[in-house]
Design a binder for this molecule. Structure first.
Ligand code: ZN
Ligand code: ZN
Length: 270
């Protein structure tokens, strides 16, 4: 019963369309389900769990986050329908180890022979050798859900590279790793500087899945190990200039003329 409730909840996390999403320069691509956010950046559509982004650079593909794990076939078919070879997927970068972001890792990494990259502090959770700290009942429930995934146990998944703040990832022409703890200890953002594309995982949400209210906001406090550190981590990004803010939940925000993160953070709903 509790498992069913959590599954419905995580399904809602990604399929709810918040009324005040940006609706700016996001456009459906080639009439397929995948949505183009910026050059080489696509949001896969209709998946359960978190947003999954496909990054295309030449013939090389990467994914940011892997979803809840129920839509591996759909992820692969969307990549194919968009005209790409799923076996060109080299890397899956994980923003953090919550079950709605790592559930699809086993299916994708194994079938497509892709490497899993994650922050050093999240790698033991992905490898099933540790658990995230849990401050709230919801976090305990998420840990419980994670343990129900038969793939996320010791010996099943390997993180090929443990990331640190400042590292570069060879995807989308180069992604800089920004360690932004608080939601979980090893949460990370990824910045493609030339394109101004920032993948912020669950540091920021567009819409609140608990209340249904729209608007940019920090991750709901009930989800985060240290909510105050979430806001400090977000503020640490203030000097960045971005054109696309790609979050783990809710519609990405596109700023055609560019905007500083300082300005973006001023729009946060409390
Ligand atoms: Zn999430
Ligand atoms: Zn999360």
């Amino acid at each position: 019963m509790a498992q069913d409730v959590l599954r419905v909840f995580f399904q809602k996390l990604s399929v709810v369309k918040w009324q005040d999403c940006c609706g700016l320069a996001c456009e459906y691509w080639r009439g397929e389900r995948m949505k183009r956010i910026a050059e080489g950046v696509y949001l896969l559509e209709g998946l359960r769990g978190c947003n999954t982004y496909l990054l295309v650079s030449g013939s090389s593909l990467a994914l940011v986050d892997a979803g809840l794990g129920k839509d591996v076939d759909q992820i692969i078919s969307q990549i194919e329908e968009a005209g790409f070879d799923p076996f060109a997927l080299e890397t899956i970068v994980v923003t953090h180890a919550h079950p709605d972001h790592i559930g699809g890792l086993a299916g994708l990494a194994r079938r497509l022979h892709a490497d899993i990259l994650a922050h050093r502090l999240e790698a033991p959770i992905i490898e099933g050798r540790a658990q995230l700290p849990a401050r709230t009942a919801l976090q305990k429930a998420m840990n419980w859900l994670g343990r129900r995934n038969p793939q996320v146990v010791a010996g099943k998944l390997d993180v090929a590279r443990r990331l640190e703040d400042g590292d570069m990832v060879d995807a989308l022409g180069g992604l800089r790793v920004l360690h932004t703890p608080g939601h979980t200890p090893g949460c990370l953002c990824l910045l493609q500087e030339e394109k101004g594309a920032l993948f912020c995982g669950d540091l920021l949400f567009n819409g609140n899945p608990l209340t249904g209210r729209g608007g940019l906001r920090y991750a709901p406090r009930a989800f985060s190990v240290d909510p105050d550190e979430v806001s400090r981590s977000a503020q640490s990004l203030s000097s960045l200039t971005i054109h696309a803010l790609c979050m783990g939940h809710g519609e990405p925000l596109v700023y055609e003329n560019g905007v500083t993160m300082e300005e973006v953070l001023k729009t946060i709903s409390r």
